[in-house]
Design a protein around this ligand. Sequence first.
Ligand code: GLN
Length: 487
Amino acid sequence: MEKLFFKSVEDLSKMLAQKSISSVELTRIFLQRIKTVEPKVQAFLSLDEEKSLRQAEASDERRSKGQVLSPLDGIPVGMKDVIAEKGQPLTCASKILEHYVSPYDATVTERLHRAGAVLVGRLNMDEFAMGSSTENSACQKTRNPWNLEYVPGGSSGGSAAAVCAGEVPLALGSDTGGSIRQPALCCGITGLKPTYGLVSRYGLSALASSLDQIGPFARNVADLGLLLQVIAGHDDRDSTSCNVEIPNYSQFLMKQQPCRIGIPKEYFSDGIDLEVRQAIENAITFYRKNGYSIVDISLPHTPYAVPVYYVVMTAEASSNLARFDGIRYSSRSSMATNATDIYFKSREEGFGAEVKRRIILGTYVLSSNHLDAYYVRAQKVRTRIREDFAKAFETVDVILSPTSPTTAFKLGEKINDPLLMYLSDIHTVSINLAGLPGLSLPCGFSKAGLPIGFQLIGKAFHESELLSVAHQFERAHDFVQRFPIVS
Ligand code: GLN
């Protein structure tokens, strides 16, 4: 049973099918692993051992009756603490939701239950998903399992670190501007932000509703497809959810058709680390040698992506976070003596600095005096960014870029410089602004031993193509077979 916690879901699922292990045994092994590494990694905000063992027992019982629900039946999964799970804490890593317990399941949670997955616990994140290092969590600092002095990326840093450290084989995160792809890169695993509208946002605590998507983290591309399969699909309860046919993602992995890969020149500027650039050039060479045509393309509005994102995202965030007012969901200040006080003091005490910064910025760009100058203008440029992609996809099928300009950085390195932190997302935010799917895949290690990754961007609802192109690279390299030493 050695290192069972680093096995792929495909392998674990086979073991369960052959009855060489039960789901209860498997869940216990992961719970034990969590206990061993958590003092160092600190990815989990809460665990519910009893509940997860009950779910595992139910899975074993189904299996004994031949009623297996899906390849994920009996497999442990971790949840970012921004996705509702009935009876479990939903803190968004914020003090303002410290004691909040969700009264209902998100649609993705319901789908995981229906697939028979075992939900083990809630994972750390930047407060309300604002950040790129998970240091904005009001709860604890999650560390990068490859080097505990480094950040795991963010905002879904807990999800990425937990999968990376073998605490769970799969986890869900959310991505508004890069929060799945960038932590996946930092932790040397795979992560996918689906097309806007593919996965229901019902039960996801909103950061920016026109950008947010829930997506999977896994140690390899095949497993990523298995989790996507469970969560994708139309939902009446989310009006932005699209009614599209969901393909069998696993089948696509086997159908390999070399296609045209676009390399956008604006994504390879001087700001990229030399080691990152080299590893990505090696990946491009791999594709060229394997029958893919490599096409130079341009996405001319790329330089505006970060400013546009920070106008649109803060505007939507300021409005979404208005509901946390000390009256409905959130903790109430004990210092308040009248109604206005409840509102002001609860928000003042409950929100962290980054959240306040974004609420102020968002309120400003939406204020009547500045609306046209910032918000309306940003929306116009957003359309241009979307058009850039539409034009590029006339000549290519997939676009390849760095996921982020650097590898993971040291804890504390960027926390006092928000602008520097925001630049971690320079290669990911455009994809959310355009509503497209993006996948991050490991493609090397730096001399310091930290993972390097690249991003594949696809046409809307072409996740299967991304998984297939990624799978080609993955199976020819051993990056996903390397594991961090944390014990
Ligand atoms: N890091 C980006 C931000 O701080 C993206 C966040 C996200 O995708 N949730 O806004």
